[in-house]
Design a protein around this ligand. Structure first.
Ligand code: DXP
Ligand SMILES: NCC(=O)COP(=O)(O)O
Length: 238
């Protein structure tokens, strides 16, 4: 069954807005686990505008599910991952000034770089995943880097869902099928929500994990974190 990794970036955004420690991100992660999350995702950005490098260290000490650390593998990110040893590193090609992640890797153009970074992580036993657009052509090159998984960048699925979910999901199915063919595990994330998750999870072959933050934490404002996590888990079960 597909695992739910809760992205807690937005908990850190709220904390940072007042400069103190409310809400506490470690407590939020532990509660998310207690309420059923099967993983915790963080995306420490270079400006540390939400998750800080120290948060990643603190989280790794206490969480009991998988820690998924996402980001652009700049030197400081690589050093942090090698120090903390998360269960999974997801490589995302985001620019320093990007509002949020806005594309997958061109795995053909960056194959050499990705291969080197992945070898570094794999030598330390860290599972690796490459964030990709829904483009089957990217899969062969992703597989050649030695990565374990790909993460489908689901923004275009989420934004196209209301207009026609069959059309919106088609390139994701083709890309996931190609990944399965090459022996890569499939993760997904970005703008997944209570509205669009169920169809995604039941249509994408071999979907191992989804990481969800923005919509889930927003839903929790109205529904509470425990109830919200249960609702997301239900979308993955039915
Ligand atoms: C890789 C990905 O899609 C998520 O990490 C997403 O970008 C969340 O990051 P922000 O919370 O910084 O928008
Ligand atoms: N990898 C995607 C992720 O962690 C969460 O993205 P979003 O739900 O905040 O858009």
């Amino acid at each position: 069954m597909t695992k739910l990794s809760v992205n807690i970036n937005k908990i850190a955004t709220l904390r940072n807005s007042r400069g103190g420690d409310i809400p506490n991100v470690v407590e939020a992660a532990l509660n998310a686990e207690r309420f059923g999350a099967q993983g915790i995702t963080v995306h420490p950005r270079p400006d540390q505008r939400h998750i800080r490098y120290q948060d990643v260290r603190d989280l790794k000490q206490v969480i009991t599910t998988e820690l998924n650390m996402e980001g652009n593998p700049i030197d400081s990110f690589i050093d942090l991952a090698l120090e903390v040893l998360p269960a999974q590193v997801t490589l995302v090609p985001d620019a320093h000034d990007a509002l949020t992640s806005n594309s997958g890797w061109d795995t053909k153009a960056h194959q050499k770089f990705l291969s080197e970074v992945i070898a570094t992580f794999k030598a330390k036993g860290i599972r690796t995943s490459i964030f990709v657009d829904p483009d089957p052509e990217m899969i062969r090159y992703a597989a050649e880097t030695g990565a374990d998984r790909i993460e489908l960048y689901t923004e275009s699925y989420a934004s196209g869902y209301a207009a026609g979910r069959e059309k919106a999901i088609a390139p994701f199915v083709a890309t996931a099928e190609e990944a399965v063919k090459y022996g890569l595990g499939v993760n997904g994330g970005h703008d997944l929500s209570l509205e669009n998750l169920h169809y995604f999870a039941r249509t994408i072959p071999n979907l191992l994990e989804v990481s969800i933050g923005h919509a889930l934490i927003s839903d929790a404002i109205y529904l509470g974190l425990e109830n919200t996590i249960q609702l997301y888990l239900r979308q993955l079960k039915e």
